[in-house]
Design a protein around this ligand. Sequence first.
Ligand code: ADE
Ligand code: ZN
Length: 322
Amino acid sequence: MDIPKAELHVHIEGTMEPEMVFELARRNDVELPYSSVAELRSRYEFSDLQSFLDIYYANMAVLRTRRDFRELTAAYLRESARQGVRHAEIFFDPQAHLARGVEMPAIVDGLSEGITEGITEGAGSGVTAELILCFLRDQSAESAMDTLRLAEPFLDRIIGVGLDSAEVGHPPSKFTEVFDRARELGLRAVAHAGEEGPAEYVREALDLLRVERVDHGIRALDDPELVDRLRREQVPLTVCPLSNVRLGSFSHLSQHTLPRLMAEGLMVTINSDDPAYFGGYAGENFSAVREHLGLTREQLRQVAANSVQASFLDRERKSALL
Ligand code: ADE
Ligand code: ZN
């Protein structure tokens, strides 16, 4: 699907294709517990979010240097630009890398260089990108605050903060203080909520973290009052259809509640989450919902326009993309 769109929910570490896992393992002398790309790919059968996160974090062991982060990001932007993405707001998980001894400058410099390289290579498509630093919600609030402090010298290259990783048992309320601090520093705020966790976490993300978008948010449908509020306030939801199916929220894409979210008048966007693991980049998510949920071209155009509106781009660039 070549409709111009923004991708607002993609984890850069989740764009690392199995081939790149092997290439970086070789280059960085990291031993992998798989004998081939095919064997690694065969492990991508997930029952829930945690079963995915286990392999996602394990594969990150191969990411060591600034060059690795640069190549990963440039490759993602190249593929996304091919699929009609004109702007991407890219999550990264610094705590996962800091834990392996990779330092913040290597991470942020590598990611920023990758953006520059991707933009230059994709010059014809005019793609742009920003970075969103995510806190791992299954780690402590203190660790999140330490991570934000480490990122302070790099805030000219980070547009906002997010919240990801294992959701159930780790409510947004745990991170109120670090989100307050992030806002004081001029950062924008988003958070994963209502992916596997309850609708109440979506409320907390809005009321306590004061997020401008909710990542996933599919469980909001369990709570009609919350749905009314999301409609009234036109809170953007960054829905990830292929991800939701692969992580077991729906048995098949044809069962996804995306049409219901749209029928409720919510501001829905379509995104890839971790495309190397879930079987598709942004354009492939658009094509899949068209095929299995019967969304019309007009509806897909609306969803793509929503993604531009819900982005952190300035008004001028938004109008240029709409
Ligand atoms: N990190 C990477 N992908 C994620 C997802 N779908 N939910 C929570 N954390 C994640
Ligand atoms: Zn996500």
